[in-house]
Write a protein that binds this ligand. Structure first.
Ligand code: ATP
Ligand code: MG
Length: 260
């Protein structure tokens, strides 16, 4: 039976473009005909609202799916984009780390849930991680085949990355030896600034072939799309931001290969 490719979009730094990347890559994958699920694993629920679902109306979320007895059908919604579903978040997720902490196998809760054959209809699952390296993030890493790291083109861009890589290495050693960095993408890039190109160069000297060639520009259309509850592909598909995410998605598919 075919299994979905599971990709965590991760960086414990806040506001670097994780959600924007998860939603828009997911949407371009779905435009390519793949069946895609976004898992909103952030109590802020930005991915949930970013695809047009009113987060204030959500009573049952990923939290109840992971620690309660919610069924998949209770927490997965289809979106206005064909082939794109979302497993929704709400603020209840904020207490997940605490509520899981006493459990046996607490790092494997997400993985064991995703092992259900109900998920096999998806080609790709993108997990939008919260800006932290707590137990929820560890669960996401344990459950994933790949991680995708967005890095904002700014002065402190590289700060925190070594801590992130340490956690990734620890998880791959302890819980998930298959975990692979599929790539690093620079976000909110401003080609007029020297700083932006310096950030890319510095990252490239460390991550080498793991760097995605596609660079996500700072683009107002990307920033405003969530307020319409739409991925950029639906909001303004000719914008620079849209073209960049389309190109990133193509690179990602090529890297993962034809395994799906
Ligand atoms: N390329 C871009 N151009 C302009 N604005 C962007 C771009 N990418 C993201 N933004 C905006 O920057 C803010 C942070 O982006 P986003 O929510 O994707 O980051 P995040 O890493 O998911 O944040 P958090 O850590 O809080 O979950 C949002 O308001 C978003 O709309
Ligand atoms: Mg986010």
């Amino acid at each position: 039976m075919k299994k979905p490719k599971i990709i965590s979009v991760i960086n414990q730094k806040g506001g670097v473009g994780k959600t924007t990347t998860a939603v828009n890559v997911a949407s371009y994958l779905s435009k390519d005909g793949y069946k895609v699920l976004i898992i909103d694993a952030d109590p802020q629920a930005n991915a949930t609202s970013g695809v047009g679902i009113n987060k204030d109306g959500i009573r049952t979320s990923l939290y109840d799916f992971l620690v309660g007895d919610a069924k998949l059908a209770d927490v997965v919604f289809s979106t206005d984009t064909d082939n794109l579903d979302i497993l929704v978040a709400n603020s209840a997720l904020a207490s997940l780390d605490h509520d899981l902490s006493g459990r046996d196998q607490r790092e494997f809760v997400m993985k064991s849930k995703l092992a259900s054959s109900d998920f096999n209809k998806y080609d790709y699952i993108l997990i939008d991680c919260p800006p932290s390296l707590g137990l929820l993030t560890i669960n996401n890493l344990t459950a994933s085949d790949y991680i995708l790291i967005p890095v904002q083109a700014e002065y402190y861009a590289l700060e925190g990355l070594s801590q992130l890589l340490q956690v990734v290495m620890a998880v791959s050693k302890e819980y998930n030896p298959e975990l692979e960095i599929i790539g690093v993408v620079v976000t909110m890039h401003d080609k007029r600034t020297v700083l932006s190109s310096q950030v890319y160069k510095e990252l490239a000297s460390y991550f080498k072939a793991k760097m995605f060639k596609s660079i996500i520009p700072r683009n107002i259309k990307l920033a405003e799309a969530p307020s319409f509850g739409k991925p950029i592909s639906e909001h303004d598909r000719w914008s620079k931001g849209a073209r960049a995410y389309k190109s990133l998605t193509k690179e990602l598919i090529n890297r993962i290969g034809d395994g799906v």
